[in-house]
Design a protein around this ligand. Structure first.
Ligand code: TYM
Length: 328
C-alpha cells in the first residue's frame, strides 16, 4: 500500500463536501497501516478562534473521522499540535518557499481579501501543510479539488529541498476524486460548499438532521430551463446535484441524468440518498460523543505512533541542512 496522509481543519462544522471529497474516501479507499490522518488544529489558528469552540471542534472532528469508518487500530489518527515535529519542519519549509509563491496561493488571496486581520500564519499556512505531508514520507494525499494548488507547492518544496540538500523527502502526489471533488454550495452553485462561508441553507452539515438535509436539497437553486443534463459550466446547480447523487450511489453523473426528465424527482432522490448515507455516520457519532475519554485515548496513541515516523524524518531534514544532531 502507498503511504497516505491527509488532514482536516477543526474550524466550523464539517459538511457534505468534506464528507464526499475527503472523509468517506479515507475510510473506504485509503485505510492501511501506512495511512496517517490528522486534525490540523494549528492550521485553524491562522484565523482567530474561540478557545472553547476550538477544543470542542477538535474532538468533534476526531469523532467524525471515526464515525465515517476510520479504524484507529488499522491506521493512525492524531492531532497536529500533539506532534511538535510539524511546526519544526514547517520552519524549514518556510525557508524553502519563496514569498512570491506563497503570495500566489489562491486560498490566501481569497481569505486575506475578505479578512480584517491577516495573520502571518495565514500567509505561511501552505508551508506547514507541506511539512504535514513530507514528515510521513507520503506518496498519496487524498484531498478535494480545492487543495490542488497547496499540493503542487508541497511537491515543489520537496523537489527544491532535495535538489539543494540531497534526497531527503518523498515527493507526494495528490489523489483527487473524479466526482464530487468540489461539492458546490446549494444556494450558490458556482461557489464551493465551505466551512468558512456563511451560507447555512446552501451547506449540508454532516450532523444536520434528516429533515433539514432534505429541505436544503429540495430548495437547492437549479438552473434555467428544465432539462436534466450533466454540464457543470452551463448547468451548475443541476450538475452539483447529479455529482452528489453520483458520489453516493456510484453511478456516473451522465448516466444518472438520463433517468430524470424534471428537477423535482432528482432533488427528492438526492435528498434521500444523502440522508441514508449520513444516517449510520450520525448514529455512530452520537455513540462516540458520549465517551470523549475513549476518543482522547485514541488520539494519544495516534500521536505517539505518528512521532515515531515524524521524528526520524525531521532528524534527517535537520541533518541535511547542516543543523547539529541533538544527540549522538
Ligand atoms: P479543509 O479542512 O478545508 O477540508 C478538508 C478536506 O475536505 C475537502 N473539501 C471538499 N471536497 C469537496 N467539495 C468541497 N466543497 C470541499 N470542501 C473541502 C478538502 O479538499 C480537504 O480534503 N489545508 C487543508 C487541511 C490540511 C491538509 C494537510 C490536507 C492541512 N494539512 C495535509 C491534506 C494534507 C484544509 O484546509 O482542508
Amino acid at each position: 500500500m502507498a503511504r497516505v496522509f491527509s488532514g482536516i481543519q477543526p474550524t466550523g462544522d464539517l459538511h457534505l463536501g468534506n464528507y464526499l471529497g475527503a472523509l468517506r474516501r479515507f475510510a473506504a479507499e485509503e485505510q492501511s497501516p501506512d495511512a496517517v490522518f490528522c486534525i490540523v488544529d494549528l492550521h485553524a489558528l491562522t484565523v482567530p478562534q474561540d478557545p472553547a469552540a476550538l477544543r470542542a471542534r477538535t474532538l468533534q472532528t476526531a469523532n467524525l473521522y471515526l464515525a465515517s469508518g476510520l479504524d484507529p487500530d488499522v491506521c493512525t489518527l492524531f492531532v497536529q499540535s500533539h506532534v511538535p515535529e510539524h511546526t519544526e519542519l514547517a520552519w524549514l519549509m518556510e525557508c524553502t518557499a519563496s514569498v512570491g509563491e506563497l503570495r500566489r496561493m489562491t486560498q490566501f488571496k481569497e481569505k486575506s481579501a475578505s479578512a480584517e486581520f491577516v495573520s502571518g500564519g495565514l500567509f505561511t499556512y501552505p508551508a506547514l501543510m507541506a511539512a504535514d505531508i513530507l514528515l510521513y514520507d507520503t506518496e498519496r494525499v487524498p484531498v478535494g479539488d480545492d487543495q490542488r494548488q497547496h499540493l503542487e507547492l508541497a511537491r515543489d518544496l520537496a523537489i527544491r529541498f532535495n535538489g539543494r540538500y540531497g534526497d531527503t523527502f518523498v515527493v507526494p502526489e495528490a489523489a483527487i476524486p473524479t466526482v464530487a471533488a468540489r461539492v458546490m454550495d446549494l444556494q450558490n452553485p458556482t461557489a464551493k460548499m465551505s466551512k468558512s462561508v456563511d451560507s447555512p441553507q446552501g451547506t449540508v452539515l454532516m450532523l444536520d438532521d434528516p429533515d433539514t438535509i432534505a429541505r436544503k436539497i429540495r430548495r437547492a437553486v437549479t438552473d434555467t430551463g428544465t432539462d436534466v443534463r450533466y454540464d457543470p459550466d452551463t448547468k451548475p446547480g443541476v450538475s452539483n446535484l447529479l455529482a452528489i447523487l453520483s458520489a453516493v450511489t456510484g453511478t456516473p453523473p451522465g448516466e444518472l441524468a438520463g433517468r430524470y426528465q424534471q428537477y423535482g424527482p432528482l432533488k427528492a432522490d438526492t435528498a434521500d440518498a444523502v440522508v441514508e448515507v449520513l444516517r449510520p455516520v450520525q448514529a455512530r457519532y452520537r455513540e462516540l460523543e458520549a465517551d470523549p475519554d475513549a476518543t482522547l485515548a485514541v488520539l494519544e496513541k495516534g500521536a505517539a505512533r505518528a512521532r515515531e515516523t515524524a521524528s526520524v524524518t525531521l532528524a534527517r531534514a535537520h541533518g541535511a541542512v547542516g543543523l547539529l544532531p541533538r544527540s549522538r
